[in-house]
Design a protein around this ligand. Structure first.
Ligand SMILES: N[C@@H](CCC(=O)N[C@@H](CS)C(=O)NCC(=O)O)C(=O)O
Length: 219
């Protein structure tokens, strides 16, 4: 079975799939395309025009959560907890993490009012996730699972935003989320899931969006 993952370099949804593939030791070919000018061959195989898309031989699999579940099915290791109720609960929170990515998008694009309401909603959502999280380094305890991979792109972008600003989205009131973020971001499989210099690309993205966040950037 030949796997080819197609994405844009900055796509947080694709980053989940990259982490899952690498954490589960599955060989794949990575192909980055230009979001401003996707090639014709991609338009032909992608029904939505969105990335990530995993080509499995000639079959396109799309939607990041379907891709990560597929990766888990072809892996010899289980990237979810073995308890099926816990696994289902993890899947629910993984879907919830996509809504949090929506908050992150508004945080980098919105005016001051939208920025502030997205930040408030982000904190409320994090508080709910924090209440559901088990004791230990990761969401389920000491094992790094798919749910941690799903939150990794959020944590990485949040850390960049806080580095580029005077800590515009502090996690000080949510220490369990801050500690979880630190544990996830310390892993090589997470660090290696993005190309070198992606933080600079993200910074340029914030500048180019000209939202309220761009006024908070420091040198
Ligand atoms: N629900 C999708 C969302 C994917 C998504 O929004 N991808 C963005 C890039 S990060 C995209 O392809 N945007 C281009 C477009 O919508 O045309 C998933 O989880 O895979």
């Amino acid at each position: 079975m030949q796997l080819e993952l197609i994405s844009f370099k900055l796509c947080p949804f694709a980053q989940r799939a990259i982490i899952s593939l690498n954490a589960q030791n599955i060989d794949f070919k990575m192909t980055y395309i230009n979001p401003m000018n996707p090639p014709d061959w991609f338009k032909e195989i992608s029904p939505t025009g969105q990335v990530p898309l995993l080509k499995v031989d000639d079959t396109p699999i799309f939607e990041s959560l379907v891709i990560t579940e597929f990766i888990n099915e072809i892996s010899t290791e289980n990237f979810h907890p073995t308890d099926i109720v816990k696994a289902a609960n993890n899947r629910s929170w993984i879907i919830y993490s996509s809504d949090i990515l929506g908050n992150m998008f508004t945080i980098i694009t919105g005016d001051e009012e939208k920025f502030n309401s997205a930040k408030t909603e982000l904190m409320e959502r994090f508080a709910k996730v924090g209440a559901a999280k088990a004791q230990g380094k990761f969401f389920n305890g000491d094992e790094f699972n798919m749910i941690d991979a799903a939150f990794a792109p959020i944590f990485m972008r949040l850390a960049w935003i806080n580095e580029f600003t005077d800590n515009a989205i502090p996690l000080t009131e949510l220490p369990e989320i801050a500690a979880w973020s630190d544990a996830v971001l310390a892993l090589d499989v997470v660090k290696n899931s993005v190309v070198d210099g992606l933080d600079d690309v993200y910074l340029s993205n914030i500048e180019n969006r000209e939202g309220y966040l761009s006024t908070l950037l420091i040198d």
